[in-house]
Design a protein around this ligand. Structure first.
Ligand code: ATP
Ligand code: FE2
Length: 330
């Protein structure tokens, strides 16, 4: 029996999850939010520092275990914002020293994909759409590869920026979705797919000009934003399914909470005889349980860092999904 604790701290969220034999025992998190403006990395780091102890003890209590029961400590090594990642690695090292247990460094994006398998998906293409990240990831020839991604903004950040402009606050996704549901009037927007990649900054500029001209209803702009951008995501995800020959699409990241995006993916999947998997909200958004979950798989296959090696361990703010050596799969 193994019990693994996972620490997530790449961006807004500080989370600690505990997993035993693939079962999530607890998943506690707290998210730094701002009234106005985007994330200030040093402030988010401070938020994580101030909340980590409480989140740790709450997570242990929810799991009903003693800290001495923990066999390994996993943490998000990257990609993410340095001040936030640093809080995670410091806490991981602190716990490792106190409990005399090994550390397992985790790639945040791959953790999103692996936790998705609790839905029953076996070998999926993942459409991962969060604040900072927008990628289509699938396992192929020994690595997790990025089949397509955004060339500029992450879809969540794009939506949040527009939400700020129209004054509906952060996070913008749910508010934009509500407004979009009140319209059926499509206003033409640029549609920017380049090969397997998408680009969002031109669409943002166009939306901004349209909003500021005062000629359009906000609901119509929100509706058109969703229809256009989600169609771009669905198109590239479909091509990744066709290219890899896989038959499962898995969603990940906070934007996947959007029911219109889910619906569009479901239609595409049914048209090509593929199956759609949507994990529950608690594991779609950033969370510690996904880090613990992948941490358990990796530590079982012998990937753990001990003793002197721990000193050399560092964060990887720009780590790429396909940089990770996948030694834990057969
Ligand atoms: P990272 O990019 O490192 O994964 P994050 O904290 O930005 O981190 P998540 O917690 O996965 O990412 O997701 C947050 C994003 O999800 C926000 O941009 C938010 O607006 C968006 N979001 C949440 N609900 C919805 C929704 N219903 N529709 C669209 N977007 C949504
Ligand atoms: Fe994420």
């Amino acid at each position: 029996m193994t019990i693994v604790l996972g620490i997530e701290s790449t961006a807004h969220t500080f989370g600690i999850g505990i997993v035993r034999n693939g079962e999530i025992l607890s998943n506690v998190k707290k998210t730094y939010t701002t009234e106005k403006g985007g994330i200030i990395p040093s402030e988010a780091g401070k938020h994580h520092r101030e909340n980590k102890e409480k989140i740790y003890f709450d997570s242990l209590a929810n799991a009903g275990i003693n800290e001495k029961d923990i066999d390994a400590i996993a943490f998000s090594q990257g990609p993410g914002l340095s001040p936030c990642l640093l809080e995670g690695i410091r806490f991981a090292k602190e716990l490792s020293e106190k409990l005399k247990k090994p550390i397992v460094p985790i790639n945040h994006c791959i953790a999103h994909l692996e936790i998705g398998k609790i839905t029953g998906a076996k070998n999926p293409v993942m459409l991962y759409t969060s604040g900072a990240n927008t990628q289509i990831i699938a396992y192929s020839s020994g690595k997790y590869r990025i089949f397509g991604e955004t060339l500029d903004l992450g879809v969540g950040n794009f939506i949040d920026t527009f939400a700020r402009l129209i004054g509906v606050g952060f996070p913008g996704g749910p508010a934009i979705q509500k407004l979009a549901e009140q319209s059926k009037t499509y206003i033409e927007l640029p549609y920017v797919v380049k090969g397997m990649d998408i680009s969002l900054s031109g669409i943002l500029t166009n939306l901004k000009q349209k909003f500021e001209s005062g000629k359009y209803k906000t609901e119509d702009l929100c509706y058109s934003l969703q229809e256009t951008v989600f169609a771009m995501l669905v198109e590239t995800a479909e091509r990744a399914l066709a290219h890899t020959g896989k038959k499962e699409l898995l969603l990940g990241g906070g934007v996947a909470c959007n029911t219109r995006l889910q619906e569009m993916c479901r239609i595409m999947c049914s048209e090509r005889d593929a199956k759609l998997f949507v994990p529950p909200r608690e594991v779609l958004v950033d969370n510690g349980a996904m880090i613990a979950y992948l941490g358990e798989i990796m530590s079982r296959s012998g990937i753990k860092i001990l003793g002197k090696e721990i000193e050399k361990l560092d964060i990887k703010p720009r780590q790429r999904t396909d940089e990770v050596e996948v030694d834990w799969k057969d």
